[in-house]
Design a binder for this molecule. Structure first.
Ligand code: PMP
Ligand code: GLN
Length: 384
């Protein structure tokens, strides 16, 4: 294994799903729904395959999907995009993150990231030879994770090239407010940074919380690449179909890399995704409402099991603090839990560069059927 990748072992999501499978535990670790996406979407994919969409699509993606993405951004946020120059299709959001970082971060460049952070950020920054500068998100009195703008400013230096902003945020469930994004935008403008935004959970927000794309803030459209995925919004995580939007020079840099990472992505699924973006309304609204109820159900259950719950405003994850139960090490607890309780979860600590900040935090996913959530809670109540 190359030196750059030596600190990275099996991903925590794979490890916990494997433990869950080995022990027959209820898997609230890796984030994937246990019900399918909209039937019309599944049918469209099958139809496109049957009707012969089975050879390489164009490298940047099917024009139907790129146009649908541009129309979606325009309708939702008033963002104008040229579908040919300012949108490209990737193998999942993961492909978008990798091609963007590898195309824009030079060896030795620094990248500011909010921790805890989605695990692929650390790995692709390392592959690029970049250096991570973490800014820690911490829960306030209301349990909502946020950052200190002084710490954000202090993390930026002369070698800083990029900042990665994930909102709604996995694993904390924070939906960054416009004020928080304004602080990020100011730092980007003052230091001429590129922003990479991971907005895969943009539609999964609760209690009327609003998602704001960083690119809609003054001076940000020209310096922001935004990454999306069909997998989260439409409960088809296996489809690994995503897209990136941004200004032409940044898209060109990232796309140049993408040509050689994967060249292109599944064509039939791109066409189905385009259909879904055009007429998503009712299904996504119901999904959002269902997820909000599941959040409430699991949060109440985890509380009844004695965990302190840090209630999320978005995504399908909830962070718990295990100290009230007398535990201190989330990795130890998460590794034991499938056997001792029959439930799998993810230790947040592995998503930090400053591990002591997340030692006592464990993440549970609530994108599961109600009876599955209830079984998990019964088991946790019995085990604690
Ligand atoms: N970013 C975040 C924050 C995620 O949670 C995920 C999904 N686990 C991804 C990116 C990757 O998305 P995809 O499966 O489309 O590659
Ligand atoms: N995004 C999902 C999570 O955070 C799954 C990620 C993965 O398996 N790579 O759990």
């Amino acid at each position: 294994l190359v030196t750059r990748m030596r600190p990275f072992g099996e991903t925590v999501f794979a490890e916990m799903s494997r433990l869950a499978a080995e022990t027959g535990a209820v898997n609230l670790g890796q984030g994937f729904p246990d019900t399918d996406g909209p039937p019309a979407l599944l049918e469209a994919a099958a139809r496109h395959i049957r009707e012969g969409v089975n050879q390489y699509p164009p490298g940047p993606g099917r024009p139907e999907l790129r146009s649908a993405v541009a129309a979606d951004r325009k309708r939702r946020y008033g963002i104008d995009l040229d579908p040919d120059a300012e949108v490209y299709v990737t193998v999942g959001a993961t492909g978008g993150i990798a091609s963007s970082v590898l195309g824009l971060v030079e060896a030795g460049d620094e990248v500011v990231v909010f921790e805890p952070m989605y695990d692929s950020y650390a790995a692709v920054i390392a592959l690029a030879g970049g250096v991570r500068r973490p800014v820690t998100l911490r829960p306030g009195a209301d349990g909502r994770f946020t950052f200190d703008s002084g710490e954000l400013r202090a993390a930026v230096g002369p070698r800083t090239r990029m900042i990665i902003v994930n909102t709604p945020h996995n694993p904390t469930g924070t939906v960054f407010t416009r004020d928080e994004l304004a602080a990020v935008a100011e730092v980007c403008r003052d230091n001429d940074l590129i922003a990479l935004t991971d907005e895969v959970y943009e539609q999964l927000v609760f209690d009327g919380a609003e998602h704001h794309p960083l690119a809609t803030l003054p001076g940000m459209a020209e310096r922001t690449l935004a990454v999306f995925s069909i997998g989260k919004t439409f409960s088809v995580t296996a489809w690994k179909t995503g897209w990136v939007t941004g200004p032409e020079p940044l898209v060109r840099a990232a796309r140049t890399v993408n040509q050689f990472l994967t060249f292109t992505a599944n064509g039939a699924l791109q066409l189905a995704a385009a259909d879904a973006l055009h007429d998503e309304g009712a299904w996504v609204r119901r999904q959002r409402e269902a997820l909000q109820a599941k959040r409430d159900r699991l949060c109440a259950g985890l509380r009844s099991a004695g965990l302190e719950v840090l209630r999320p405003q978005g995504t399908y994850f909830v962070i718990t603090d295990i100290r009230g139960l007398g535990y201190s090490d989330g990795i130890e607890l998460a590794r034991a839990l499938p056997r001792t309780a029959g439930v799998a979860a993810v230790p947040a600590q592995v998503l930090y560069d400053t591990p002591e900040e997340g030692r006592h935090l464990v993440r549970f996913a609530f994108c599961k059927r109600d009876e599955v959530l209830d079984t998990a809670v019964e088991r946790l109540v019995a085990a604690f």
